[in-house]
Write a protein that binds this ligand. Sequence first.
Ligand code: URA
Length: 433
Amino acid sequence: MNMIDIITRKKAGAALSRDEIRCFARGAADGSLPDYQLAALLMAICLKGMDARETADLTLEMLHTGDVADLSAIPGVKVDKHSTGGVGDTTTLILAPLVAACGVPVAKMSGRGLGHTGGTLDKLESIPGLSVEKTVAELIDQVRRIGVAVIGQTGTLAPADKALYALRDVTGTVDSLPLIASSIMSKKLACGADAIVLDVKCGSGAIMHTVEDAKALARAMVEIGRLCHKPVSALVTGMDQPLGTHVGNALEVKDAVDVLSGRTGGDLLTVSLMLGSKMLLLAGAARTREEAEARLREALDSGRGLEKFRQMIEAQHGDPHVVDDLSLLPQPKVKRLVKCGRAGYVQAMETTVLGLAAQAMGAGRVRKSDVLDWSVGFILPVRIGDQVDADTPLCELWARSEDSADKAEAAVRAAVRIGEGRCERPPLWFAEL
Ligand code: URA
C-alpha cells in the first residue's frame, strides 16, 4: 500500500478504505511510516474530515495496535467513565466509590493531567503512599475483593494513538473531530469495560468550546460505540467554570472527601450523580434515572461511598486516615486568602487560564519530566452569577512560595470577570445521548 496515494486520496476528499486506515495506524504504531507522511495525512483528515465508518475503522485499527485488557474474570457488567478533560473535574473520585457501593464493579484505568486539565492519577497519588501502578491481574483481584480500583493504563494500550497524539500536538492537528473521537475511543475500548459513559465537556475550559461542537463529538463517540457493539452513552456538561471549588491534586482529593462525607455538594456532586446514574443504568443496576440516583444518594447518605473510598485507598497502599483527617494530605508552604476587591456579579471565567494557573503553580506538568507539587492549587468558592462585594473571598491560594502565590493571584484575578451587570448561572449540562 502506497502512503502517497492514501494522502492524495484524502486530500481530494475521498473516504479511505479499512486497509488504507490499517496501513496508517500500523505505520504510526511501529514507526515504519515517517512523521512527515503521518503528519500530511493528519492534516488532510483535519481539512477533509472522515465519515462515521472511517472514524470507527480508525478507532478499531488504533485499538488493535496494542493490548486490550480482559476484565472477564470480574463478575458483573463493568462500566467505565471518561471525561474529555476539565478543571476541578473530580467526578471519578466521587462516582467510582459511590457506584461500587451500589454493587456495580468499577475497574477503571485513568490518565494523568494534560495541559491545563487535571488527571485522576495525579490526584490519587497525592494521597500518601497510594500507588496507581498495578497490573491488570492486580486490578482484577482488587475489584473482585472490594469492588473498585482506579489505576494507570497498563501495557501498551493503543500505541498508534500515543504516536499520533504526539505528532498532532506539534502539527496543529489536534482539533479534528474524527481524530479526537478515535483517539479517546481507541484508548477507552482498550481498557476492556463492557460499557462506557462519556462526559463531554463544553465551554471555556474544555477542548470543545461550543455546545454544537461538543454534541457532535459526543454523537461521533456514541456512534463508534454502536459500530463496535459496545454500549456507550454520553452527557455534554458545562466547563465554563471549574466543576468543583478546588483545583489542584490534594485539593481535589479534599473536595471529593468533602462531597463523599456530605459536608459539601454543589455542581460537582450533581454532575457526579448524573454520570453515576448513567453507569448504574448501563450496568442494569437500576431501571430509571430516578431509581439510579436514589441508590447513589443512599450510598452517599449512609456513608457507604466514603467507606468504599477508604477501602480503595487502603487496597492501593495509601493512608486511609486521610478520609478522616484531611490535614494528612500534602500541605503547602504558603496559604493566601485573596478577596474580590470590588462589588458586582461574577460574570465569566477563563477556565483554561485558571487551569494553567494551577499548572504553573506546580499542580500540572509543563514538561513531561516535571515533578508535581501535590499540595498546590487554589480553592475558588465563587461561581458565575454570584453577587460579591469587595471583601468576599475570591480564592484561597495554596502555593509553594510567595512569588508563586503572587503570579497565581494575578492569573486568577485576570481569569475571573467581576462586573456590574447581573448574570445568569450557566447550565450544568446541555445534552444527553
Ligand atoms: N484527549 C485524547 O485522549 N485525545 C484527543 O485527541 C483529545 C483529548
